[in-house]
Design a binder for this molecule. Structure first.
Ligand SMILES: [Zn+2]
Ligand SMILES: [Zn+2]
Length: 415
């Protein structure tokens, strides 16, 4: 169980001093994703930073300006990410104060996303000063803020550490009242979990999320947050394992997303891809990878099944593949065709070796893989074995052994 914190005392539009250096004004935009509304933080005295100005509401802009003491100025406008409950008021606030906007620009995935998550994407968000990747330190009189890249909720999410109070403005990365939406493609669960570890390792005394009250039991809270995700992952895996028809497995759904298991044996006998129906996308695991070919190593790997699985995926006409390793594949059909052609070319080379009288895999490897680092030759031999078993199954090659192996004798079956 996550030890949620939901108790918060405030009045919309009224500024509260919540720590020696931090003031907060809550915008009147409650909702299922914003809890009671967007908490805008004002950091420092005299020259202040404003974190996440919030939604484009005139009343909230006036409330932020009214929160300033006479003579006080805004020197920095900081934005954690581009969602509509965080960034749209940055430009109007800049127009009124002259302060530049700091943040990380909207990622390509977000711009391309057709699925509206939370209050929506503020695709017009354009920071004056780029914080992508984190690391930049910003300061004013008596306050120091460090930008920390925390991708996951969105690819451009930035948290801000307040050095003087060992505090973190955690945006939507970690929220006390709820878990966070991680919706692909702009959301990324792998990055999200890494960002949780990163924040945990820093040992902050307090987290100030955009929505809801501060989190003061930081380490146990983050650990429960991580445990919650791992438990959810285990549930998803259990659902898949229980799937009665893995080829078109049970639908797994959440708010706005539908995943369907897609059996793709070959790399391993149990390999599953997952179809994200809303985006005609496939999470292709290790079945198809943009950066490399896949290892198909018998007995768990099966070249016959692998090539069939490639055909199956190709036939579905996905718009994009998201492999486990490396960037997405967007030219899906040509890519899969080249992948298949590569395997067929390798098969033809194996057949040519047999035709030339080489009957053992170990005699073929130095020739077939002469341009490949010899440390990879054992893996290559397993890949050739994969082809050999496939050729035996198809009746093109024979072997005296009941179970053809690395040391078996092979010969071409004359047509
Ligand atoms: Zn958000
Ligand atoms: Zn939010």
């Amino acid at each position: 169980m996550i030890p949620y914190v939901r108790e918060i005392k405030f009045e919309y539009g009224v500024c509260d001093q919540v720590s020696p250096l931090i003031r907060r004004v809550v915008a009147n935009n409650p909702g299922p994703f914003t809890y009671l509304g967007t908490g805008t933080y004002i950091v420092g005295r005299g020259e202040v930073a404003v974190i996440d100005p919030g939604p484009d509401l005139d009343a909230h802009l006036e409330a932020i300006l009214a929160a300033l003491e006479p003579g006080e100025t805004v020197s920095h406008i900081l934005v954690t990410h581009h969602h509509s409950d965080h960034s749209p008021l940055a430009e109007p606030l800049k127009a009124r104060t002259g302060a530049p906007i700091y943040g990380c620009a909207v990622g390509q995935q977000a711009a391309a996303s057709t699925v509206i998550t939370e209050a929506g994407h503020d695709l017009d968000f354009t920071p004056d000063i780029d914080l992508c990747g984190g690391g930049m330190v910003l300061s004013g009189p008596g306050w120091t803020l460090e930008a920390i890249a925390t991708p996951g909720h969105t690819s451009n999410h930035i948290c801000f550490a307040l050095k003087e109070e060992n505090a973190l403005f955690s945006g939507d990365h970690i929220m006390g009242w709820s878990t966070t939406v991680v919706s692909p493609p702009d959301g990324d669960m792998t990055a999200y979990m890494e960002s949780l570890d990163l924040v945990k390792a820093r040992g902050f005394d307090v987290l100030w999320p955009t929505h809801g009250p501060p989190v003061t039991e930081v380490t146990p809270f983050i650990e429960a947050y991580i445990a919650h995700r791992r438990a959810r992952e285990a549930q998803v895996v259990a659902q898949l394992v229980e799937g009665r028809t893995p080829a078109e497995g049970e639908r797994i759904t959440g708010p706005g997303w539908t995943l369907r298991a897609f059996a793709t044996p070959g790399h391993t006998a149990n390999h599953l891809c997952f179809v994200l129906e809303e985006e005609n996308a496939l999470f292709s695991g290790d079945h198809i990878m943009g950066w490399s070919t896949t290892v198909v190593s018998p007995p768990d790997g099966d070249m016959t099944a692998y090539l069939e699985s490639l055909d199956l995926v190709k036939a579905r006409g996905f718009e994009i593949l998201w492999p486990t390793h490396g960037p997405p594949v967007t030219e899906v059909t040509p890519f899969i065709e080249a992948y298949i052609a590569h395997r067929r070319a390798r098969e033809a080379q194996v057949v040519a070796q047999l035709a030339e009288g080489r009957r053992r895999i170990k005699d073929m490897i130095p020739i077939l893989y002469k341009d490949v680092d010899s440390r990879l030759h054992p893996a290559a031999a397993r890949s050739v074995l994969g082809h050999m078993i496939d050729l035996v199954k198809r009746g093109k090659v024979s072997s005296p052994d009941a179970t053809p192996g690395l040391d078996s004798d092979y010969s071409l079956v004359s047509p």
